[in-house]
Design a protein. Structure first.
Length: 197
């Protein structure tokens, strides 16, 4: 979880109330469910505007510098700009992964290349020379990293337990069809996927 730069600590509810209009505005603009955007924002930073992760991700939506640059986010500590960029990024991930919420969320956490690699079984060589999925595993797309699996569960399970997920044309009105069978059958309290008969 991201740490926060020095600022007077307001309650979680105060931070959430302050950010809610920005979340609604951005989710409406980019046609994504506000609950998805809200959940990613909460999970990434606990609604802390000045959050900084140990890996260098910044702000409410925890953008890495390269992704921030790709989305034109000059100041990741600006709540409006960060939430807007996060909504655009989630929309693009949903489009890229055919409306699969679980894969979009996994890609937000682990990177699009990692999800593609575990979806296709093709190893990915990073710019640094690091190889992702060197053994060519096919997992359905969600990388077998405990952090990413827990991240996906923490966002997807509350959405699955909602009565409906408001969607656009890119997502099914049935939340279960926007999530893989493996993710749906995964135990919400375990650190790995469990097949349920």
């Amino acid at each position: 979880m991201a740490q926060s730069r020095s600022e007077p600590e307001r309650s979680l509810n105060e931070r959430a109330r302050e950010l809610e209009p920005l979340i609604i505005e951005a989710s409406t603009r980019y046609h994504i469910d506000p609950r998805l955007l809200r959940s990613v924002c909460f999970t990434e930073s606990r609604y802390r505007v000045n959050a900084i992760s140990p890996k260098g991700a910044l702000g409410l939506m925890q953008f890495m510098p390269e992704t921030a640059a790709r989305y034109g986010l000059r100041n990741p500590f600006d709540p409006k700009a960060a939430i807007d960029a996060g909504a655009r990024y989630l929309r693009d991930l949903l489009v890229r992964f055919n409306g699969r919420i679980d894969l979009a969320v996994a890609a937000y956490n682990a990177g699009e290349g990692a999800v593609d690699s575990f979806l296709t079984g093709k190893p990915l060589v990073m710019k640094t020379g690091r190889i992702i999925n060197a053994r060519g595993l096919v997992t359905g797309g969600i990388p077998p990293y405990p952090e990413t699996q827990a991240y996906v569960r923490s966002i997807v399970w509350p959405l699955l337990n909602s009565r409906t997920i408001r969607t656009t044309g890119t997502l099914s009105a049935n939340p279960s069809s926007s999530i893989s069978e493996t993710t749906r059958k995964q135990s919400p309290n375990s650190s790995s996927f469990i097949e349920v008969p």
